[in-house]
Design a binder for this molecule. Structure first.
Ligand code: 5AD
Ligand code: SF4
Length: 438
């Protein structure tokens, strides 16, 4: 029998889908290349913005045809979307042909749920109210052979007022340092070159553990695993990005000098309403500190425009900061109202047209900055980890610089998995191009 997984959302979800694949492989199920060939279809969903949910609803609607054709098809849906209050009922009502609804805390139960549905042919809704202990040593089938994800902390305690994540992923739970190091060492022995350590806020790592460790300690320990040549980390919160952490990044040669540091807004009024616990002045100072201590670092960010109460003036504050800080790139989002979050109930929700307008302005400004930043790299020689062959042209390689810039290189397939020196001879807004020089 075959299965297919649709994955939406962030890297944590990609990792969770790799765990699901591992669990299903252990049941002797194999991964299908196409959902049409699958006997079991699983949705691993996201609810951070309404758009993510709409995509899932659209796809679920399309599956009705497949289910009519093959009544034995099992459809399961889990992840952040189903974990929201009342959502399981809504899903079952709108899509009664779904067999399994599970949440974010009980993914490990997927095999038993599938077995039960196969036996009884009755649908199951199984969502845990609260997070449980972290379950270690689950099987995993990773999609990539060169780079891998390692979660280090689950959940979030920050409760930014717009964000649904704390409600669907629970409170912060750090994995033990021992488990993380073991996982990284295993990846090293399997020939992996790069790891990205994951958490909603990696800076909180260790705060909930009995052992006295913090995120910087973890970086030093991972840096000692010499076969892993690149260590990346997402996401950092500006409120608790310590000086010790900046030092650790600069001292650990395998830790890449790329910092994703969500700003969200450049207006102090909006930052306060967002419950972000920092001011634009603090953020700005942090960026200068990072650039000072970590030369050639790239800093990227997330911005939300159209948060309730955002005036033209607040928006101009954001534009102004974006212009001054010159991020390497920015993910820009229109505020999306999430039921159950404090911001949903705030006054002053912004018209979609106004939001769109602000988003386009912001994107245009940032695009130019990103392009200019890339132009500065022209003629420079950078280290690139070759990740694969460009699927479009087939005769080009594709990789990333330590600063996380996508780079196309002329070269042959044998270079995949290697770290090479590349002289940049062309720059575009989103990508670099160059040739191998050693
Ligand atoms: N609306 C728009 N963007 C959001 N994000 C989180 N919640 C919302 C929301 N309700 C954005 C933030 C975060 C990124 C992962 O998603 O910018 O950093
Ligand atoms: Fe959401 Fe804020 Fe937690 Fe990030 S830090 S997951 S934006 S609540």
């Amino acid at each position: 029998m075959k299965f297919f997984i649709f994955t939406y959302g962030c890297q944590m979800n990609e990792y969770d889908s790799e765990i699901m694949s591992g669990l299903l492989n252990e049941m002797n199920l194999i991964q299908a290349d196409d959902p049409k060939e699958a006997d079991i279809i699983i949705f691993n969903t996201c609810c951070v913005r309404e758009h993510a949910e709409e995509k899932v609803f659209g796809r679920l609607g399309q599956l009705k045809k497949l289910k009519v054709k093959n009544p034995n098809l099992i459809i399961a849906i889990g992840g952040c979307m189903t974990q929201q209050k009342g959502m399981a009922d809504e899903i079952i009502r709108r899509f009664p042909y779904i067999d399994i609804v599970f949440g974010t805390y009980n993914t490990f139960q997927l095999p038993e749920m599938i077995n039960k549905v196969m036996k009884d042919r009755q649908s199951i809704v199984n969502i845990w109210e609260k997070e449980g202990e972290i379950i270690e040593k689950l099987p995993i089938k990773r999609t990539d052979k060169i780079k891998a994800w390692i979660p280090i902390i689950h959940g979030c305690n920050n409760f930014c007022s717009y964000c649904i994540v704390p409600y669907v992923r629970g409170r912060e739970r750090s994995r033990s340092m021992k488990e993380i190091i073991q996982e990284a060492k295993k990846l090293e022995s399997e020939g992996y070159r790069e790891i990205t350590i994951l958490g909603q806020n990696v800076n909180s790592y260790g705060k909930d553990l009995n052992e006295k460790v913090e995120f910087a300690d973890l970086l030093y320990a991972l840096n000692d695993i010499r076969g892993i040549k690149r260590i990346r980390f997402i996401t950092s919160h500006p409120k608790d990005f310590s000086d010790r952490l900046i030092t650790a990044i600069s001292e650990c040669d395998n830790v890449c000098e790329h910092i994703h540091l969500p700003l969200q807004s450049g207006s102090n009024k909006i930052l306060k309403l967002m419950n972000r616990h920092y001011t634009k002045e603090h953020y700005e100072e942090l960026v200068y500190k990072i650039r000072n201590k970590i030369p050639n670092s790239s800093i990227t960010t997330d911005i939300i425009i159209g948060f309730p109460g955002e005036t033209d003036e607040d928006f101009f504050d954001t534009l102004d900061l974006i212009n001054r800080l010159e991020f390497d790139s920015a993910f820009t989002f229109m505020y999306s109202k999430r039921k159950g979050t404090p911001a949903a109930l705030m006054p002053g929700h912004i018209d979609t047209e106004v939001k769109k307008n602000r988003l386009f302005q912001l994107m245009a400004v940032q695009e130019e900055i990103t392009h200019n930043k890339n132009r500065e790299l022209l003629g420079k020689t950078l280290e690139v980890l070759v990740e694969g062959v460009d699927t479009k042209t087939r005769n080009r390689l594709i990789g990333r610089t330590r600063t996380n810039k996508i780079t196309f290189i002329d070269g042959d397939q044998e270079t995949v998995g290697k770290i090479v020196k590349v002289k940049i001879n062309k720059t575009k807004t989103w990508t670099l191009e160059g040739e191998i020089v050693d």
